[in-house]
Design a protein around this ligand. Structure first.
Ligand SMILES: Cc1cc2nc3c(=O)[nH]c(=O)nc-3n(C[C@H](O)[C@H](O)[C@H](O)COP(=O)(O)OP(=O)(O)OC[C@H]3O[C@@H](n4cnc5c(N)ncnc54)[C@H](O)[C@@H]3O)c2cc1C
Length: 291
């Protein structure tokens, strides 16, 4: 029998008390599926930063799942970032998702902080010197909007991996071929670390369209047809979202992909259903542990 794939789950730190309950319920629901790690996104602003630190530490105290804390280097000095990371390492953190982040408002191109890291590759190297972290970095199957060219984007990814990152996690995409072509190009460029597809279950189609426009991920016309006229029909939308993500994962698995990163948006039920359809359950742990 084919083993279930490895999975990781991305959450964001909840801002409101009601969202807090939903967040912890989501962690409780997905933790028994045996993810490689649960990752927590990072917001660089003042209150977001404090919230982030609090939730990272609370997740570490649970002790039943591996936690990967996202961290962006834009807009912060080296010493601020190093101090934060040393504190997390002392609290037991072993995994990071190292990112550049964006300028506030996303309006302008990245300008490094005067005392900050000059690039994400430099940031990755520095993090590895602080502790023996397992580090993931971001990759863009449809090219990062600020990249000079797809080739330059791949060079940048290679620099981040060569600096010590263990794997890349991709921006979401909806056509399997989009990921598979990217994986081929990465291999041809000498990238041999794992590239894990980022899967975005479509909780709210109009929002996904808007978000995709901002990060220049394409939304195929067949997908728009699939969700057409369902804006007020949450029940049908959810069923379709599970089917759509399940199909995507199935087609990628047929091409040898055995690890998936889910952007849960703190809505665990949908990701849970998709993982169940991939063969994961509390009694059927993910690939590595089951071997
Ligand atoms: C898996 C994943 C998780 C994420 N998590 C978070 C998060 O928790 N918090 C958050 O704020 N954001 C997050 N992001 C978004 C990310 O911060 C943005 O996409 C950001 O614009 C780029 O970050 P990066 O680490 O990919 O950048 P990089 O890899 O450093 O750069 C991206 C591209 O920009 C080009 N580039 C870099 N510097 C310059 C420059 N000076 N001039 C021109 N081009 C340049 C690079 O060559 C590359 O092509 C995430 C993205 C992904 C895919």
């Amino acid at each position: 029998m084919r083993l279930a794939p490895s999975v990781s789950f991305e959450f964001f730190p909840p801002a409101q008390p009601k969202a807090e309950a939903q967040f912890w319920d989501g962690i409780d629901r997905l933790a028994p599926l045996g993810p490689d790690f649960v990752s927590l996104t990072y917001g660089a602003g003042g209150s977001a930063r404090e919230r982030n630190d609090r939730v990272v530490r609370a997740l570490l105290r649970r002790g039943d799942i591996s936690i990967a804390a996202h961290l962006t280097c834009a807009g912060a000095s080296r010493s601020e970032l190093d101090e934060l990371v040393r504190g997390w390492a002392a609290a037991g953190l072993k995994q990071l998702v190292a990112l550049r982040g964006d300028a506030p408002g996303h309006a302008t191109a990245f300008v490094p902080h005067p005392q900050g890291y000059q690039s994400t590759a430099e940031f990755v190297g520095a993090l590895r010197r602080i502790a023996d972290f397992d580090i993931s970095v971001a990759a863009y199957p449809e090219c990062h909007p600020q990249a000079v060219s797809p080739a330059a984007d791949l060079d940048n990814l290679k620099r981040k991996l060569d600096a010590g990152a263990a794997r890349a996690i991709t921006q979401f995409f909806f056509e399997p071929e989009c990921f598979l072509r990217f994986r081929d190009r990465a291999l041809a460029a000498g990238i041999n670390r794992p590239i894990v597809p980022g899967v975005l279950p479509i909780f709210d189609f109009p929002k996904v369209v808007e978000f995709s426009r901002r990060c220049r991920a394409s939304v195929p016309s067949w997908l728009a047809v699939r969700f057409e006229g369902l804006d007020g029909d949450a029940e049908t939308s959810l069923l379709l979202a599970a089917t759509t993500a399940g199909e995507l994962c199935g087609r990628l698995r047929a091409e040898g992909v055995e690890a998936f990163h889910f952007y849960t948006l703190n809505r665990a039920a949908l990701t849970h259903a998709i993982c169940r359809s991939l063969g994961l359950s509390p009694s059927a742990p993910a690939a590595e542990e089951a071997a």
